[in-house]
Design a protein around this ligand. Structure first.
Ligand code: PGA
Length: 250
């Protein structure tokens, strides 16, 4: 089954509104001839408006890096799905390992956010992945299974096909240490197998599973040669238009 690749940039806590505008305007020129894959940029909340204005009329789509699951209310400091949708966002990253690690997001919170994102017609990019210690003690599959069940257990097949998954081994994030294509493929294929058991083979075949963790222009093509790798979620190497455009055009 042919799945449309997605190359998404996660800018994390980087870039002001002006820096966002400059980067997106440069990127626009570099990738204006790419139409066979989805290109997504996820800037911080404060730069979303600037990103959406700068990306207008191009093939670049914009996503948020997080959201709260409630629509509105007394939740100081939080941002709702209605608010990011209203700006023009089409995607939202959910359950990134930094959110799990520093802001104590649990699988249960991830699940509530996924359900809320779909309800508000946002495509959730749901992150999962094991730590180095978990990999070294042979717990990778167990951890991935717990996270996949936790994030998607309550979804119908119709909801599930609207999700994108990003497998991001925590030990590969920001470390320069990319998983080999074999290591990534092994987990991607396991995730697809889990989805096929939880939903159906048809659902599992439709879901895009992105790899994330030190993706660079030099290793993207290798990763994309694998049958179950459908794109990438890129941190550091997405901050500059030049390097991100090379990844997009792998
Ligand atoms: P990295 O980050 O590409 O800088 O390793 C990836 C991510 O955290 O999404």
């Amino acid at each position: 089954m042919k799945r449309r690749p997605i190359v998404a940039g996660n800018w994390k806590m980087h870039k002001t509104t002006k820096e966002t505008e400059d980067t997106i305007l440069s990127l626009k020129n570099l990738i204006s001839d790419v139409f066979d894959r989805e290109i997504v940029i996820c800037p911080p909340f404060t730069a979303l408006y600037s990103a959406i204005s700068s990306a207008k009329g191009s093939n670049i789509k914009i996503g948020a890096q997080n959201m709260y699951f409630e629509e509105k209310g007394a939740f100081t400091g939080e941002v709702s799905p209605i608010m990011i949708k209203d700006l023009g966002c089409e995607y939202v990253i959910i359950g990134h390992s930094e959110r799990r690690q520093y802001f104590y997001e649990t699988d249960n919170i991830v699940n509530r956010k996924v359900v809320s994102a779909i309800k508000h017609l946002l495509t959730p990019i749901v992150c999962i992945g094991e730590t180095l210690q978990e990999r070294e003690t042979n717990k990778t599959f167990q951890v991935v299974e717990t996270q996949i069940h936790g994030a998607f257990k309550s979804l119908s097949s119709e909801q599930m096909v609207k999700c994108v998954i990003a497998y991001e081994p925590v030990w590969a994030i920001g470390t320069g240490k990319t998983a080999t294509k074999e290591q990534a493929q092994e987990v991607h294929s396991y995730i697809r197998h889990l989805l096929s058991k939880m939903f159906s083979k048809d659902v599992a075949d439709q879901i895009r599973i992105l790899y994330g963790g030190s993706v660079k222009p030099e290793n993207m093509a290798d990763l994309m040669s694998q049958p179950d790798i459908d794109g990438a979620l890129v941190g550091g190497a997405s901050l500059e238009a030049e390097s991100f455009s090379k990844i997009i055009k792998y």
